[in-house]
Design a protein around this ligand. Sequence first.
Ligand code: AVJ
Length: 323
Amino acid sequence: MSGIPQTRIRFYDEHPLMADFFGEVLSGLQQRPRCISPKFFYDERGSELFDAICRTEEYYPTRTEQQLLQTHAAEIAELIGEQCLLIEPGSGNSDKVRLLLDQLQPAAYLPMDISRDFLFQAAEQVANDYPWLDVYAACVDFTAPLNLPWCPDDGRRLIFFPGSSIGNFDPGQAEVFLRNLHNVAGDQGSLLIGVDMKKDPAILNAAYNDSEGVTAAFNLNLLHRIQRELNAELDPALFRHHAFYNEDQGRVEMHLISQRAQTLKIGDQQFHFDKDESIHTESSYKYTVEEFTDLAGRAGFTSRQVWTDPDQLFSLHYFDVRD
Ligand code: AVJ
């Protein structure tokens, strides 16, 4: 008996180009309102801080969705059937999929993530913990059109997109992205997606302004990253975290607010900020069950089941590609 775990995963690397951090930051700061994409939150420290947000008292989405997955895993398994191909774009640490694997008994699991080392480790751990499961990990940018020529072609496909990551897209982009998932799912495919719901603004405001200041640190980490990686002349302490629910837009907005008039220098460019001028760093859209069902419907999906928690905080939708 060998005590050395063998690597059982197949690793597919599309070598996604690292996003152009410098170029995107410069062009975002030139816009009005100024903005920087939330995808840049997730350097190593940012990923740690995000995990810490998920453990705060105020941030209900993670634990609520985990509860929903656990409670309804058997029903989800019945809807998709055994031996499916389970595809997870943006799989990260692959924690949530573990709540499904025993019941679902998929033929293969296909985690995909842009973060190569993180993906490799997470995929290996899943393969070791579930020795009966084939794991095909793919290092890709899942926001670019996906094709999966390298994975087994038999079996129904279930796309798993938890965490309400869909909320980061504005509704127009979300529809395009869902259309893309619809293509990947194929004729017999399905989509299991977690969506954060519209609710009392006080609950939303608390979730993005936790009392320990973890969300503030997560937001401000973006400035530390710009300072470090782009050699910017800026003092993160001269900005503050600001997050609020914008009821008209149906989204939580996160901003970094300049606490006084100041000039930032990045490369050979200067950016003058007035006091209280903001950089918009994230939108997190919230949907009623009906709004999201309509949005997914416009992308070609047919609703089969929706599960929500008793407090109507979070929704888990199951869609089929076919009518
Ligand atoms: C990972 C996009 C789902 O919008 O709630 C958490 C990120 N930002 N706290 C969200 C986030 C601030 C999160 N998503």
